[in-house]
Design a protein around this ligand. Structure first.
Ligand code: PLP
Length: 446
């Protein structure tokens, strides 16, 4: 039964209390991987062993770690304004950051709603989509369309439109009225492609089938990751996103890009929307907006969506949605300083310039034992390994453990795929170091 500790007792020096997210807790606690500080491209362990960051933390530390201007901005903000309520009140940095983000987006994506994570950003975008149709008198548009293998965080909205079975199957009936496009990946047609594969644009046409099944008048929005990251780095087939956009336009369906990973430079542009020349109606963002230094997420909506809400009596709240920590002063300060670093160091252009070298380095592992496929786009790579019989995922998991312990390298695994996404400040030599180390690890787990 529950036992309480006396309030004055010292904090326990053990690993029991913390229930780690998306982690096999018992294995971790048997052999924990701790980092205690970070600077630029490296984490450091308690015994001061450097660990090269091959993953920008969790796809978020795009400017590198503990960067001086960002640290200074957060410190200043904590001293000056620790918190301001975002309902009915505001502080200047929230407006400044919203304007700076809007300036990075194409076309009329000008209205920024803040929250604290990618999951909240996705649920916010889905709710705005439903409410948008409602306030326009098309309240029958309630269906949401996601995609198989999609990852949109862990809120009920996000797991409902998401398409990763383990993130869904334990959690009941999820949202009703959700349908899914097919995943865009085919190893047969796409293996070892650098950048966007040629095969697969036609998979967008499945949206027409879904429209024929349900009728467009019942469909509110389609949400996709322009590049699916968490399911193992799946770049979009050439022309796929353009086709989705055209079908959405034909049927009055909103198109939402989940750019939680692709936003802020990962693909060599501020947003994937720019790389692909496709303008969605909303972009969900998080992670890179503060380079991971303070939690923050948000939704960028086009003018038309915002304006549709600005019609009733002026004293009435237009959108009944928001979070206690929306536009938190520390997050806004971190965001502004991060955007300065991206601009001053031209990090998005740097990612673009490094893309060919990164792709070449990744493809050098093509003939390594057990490698089934390598996919690259921008500064992201997925290296898919063959599963060992009866233990799916174990090989890649062991690769991650060995990379950390033996090679001083942080990598991520998604199923049997090793995912690499270093901070955008990575050098060519560090890219080579990352893939050399990954190669050694792949051999070790062969
Ligand atoms: C595309 C995408 N959407 C949403 C999320 C969820 O973000 P968070 O973990 O901040 O809730 C992620 C996280 O990796 C993501 O990759």
């Amino acid at each position: 039964m529950a036992q309480t500790r006396p309030a004055a007792a010292p904090a326990p020096n053990d690993l029991e209390s913390y229930w780690l997210p998306f982690t096999p807790n018992r294995s971790f606690k048997r052999a924990p991987r701790f980092v205690v500080r970070a600077k630029d491209m490296h984490y450091y362990t308690a015994d001061n062993r450097p660990v090269l960051d091959g993953t920008a933390g969790l796809w978020c530390s795009n400017a590198g770690h503990s960067r001086d201007p960002i640290v200074a901005a957060i410190t200043r903000a904590a001293e000056q304004l620790d918190y301001a309520p975002p309902f009915q009140f505001a502080h200047p940095a929230a407006f400044e950051l919203a304007g700076r983000i809007a300036a990075l987006t194409p076309a009329d994506l000008n209205r920024v709603f803040f929250c604290n994570s990618g999951s909240e950003a996705v649920d916010t975008a889905l709710k705005i989509a439903l409410a948008y149709h409602n306030v326009r008198g098309e309240g029958g548009r309630t269906r949401l369309i996601g995609r198989e293998r999609g990852y949109h965080g862990v809120g009920f909205g996000g797991i409902s439109v998401g398409g990763i079975v383990n993130n869904r199957k334990f959690f009941g009936s999820l949202l009703s009225g959700v349908d899914h496009l097919p995943a865009t990946y085919s190893r047969e047609h796409q293996a070892f492609t650098k950048g966007e594969p040629q095969w697969g644009a036609h998979l967008a046409d499945d949206l027409e089938r879904i429209v024929a099944l349900h009728d467009a008048s019942t469909i509110a929005a389609v949400i996709v990751e322009p590049m699916a990251g968490s399911t193992g780095v799946l770049p979009p087939p050439q022309g796929y996103l353009q086709r989705l956009r055209a079908i959405c336009d034909r049927h009055g369906i909103l198109l939402i890009f989940d750019e939680v990973i692709t936003g802020f430079g990962r693909l060599g542009c501020a947003f994937a929307a720019e790389r692909y020349g496709v303008v969605p109606d909303m972009i969900a963002f998080a992670k890179g907006v503060t380079s991971g230094a303070v939690p923050m997420g948000g939704v960028i909506a086009c003018d038309g969506i915002y304006e549709a809400f600005m019609r009733g009596p002026e004293h009435v709240i237009e959108l009944f949605h928001g979070y206690t920590y929306s536009a938190h002063p520390l997050a806004c300060a971190a965001g502004l300083a991060t955007l300065d670093v991206y601009r001053d160091e031209k990090l998005f252009a740097r990612a673009k310039a490094l893309e060919p070298h990164f792709a070449e380095a990744a493809m050098r592992l093509k003939d390594f034992p057990g490698v089934l496929d390598i996919r690259t786009v921008g500064l992201a790579a997925g290296i898919e390994l063959a599963s060992r019989a009866g233990t799916p995922g174990l090989r890649a998991y062991q690769a991650m453990e060995r990379a950390f312990e033996e090679q001083g390298l942080m990598i991520r695994v998604a199923g049997e795929t090793i995912a690499l996404s270093p901070p955008l400040i990575v050098s060519e030599a560090q890219i080579d170091e990352i893939f050399d180390k990954v190669g050694r690890v792949i051999k070790a787990v062969a």
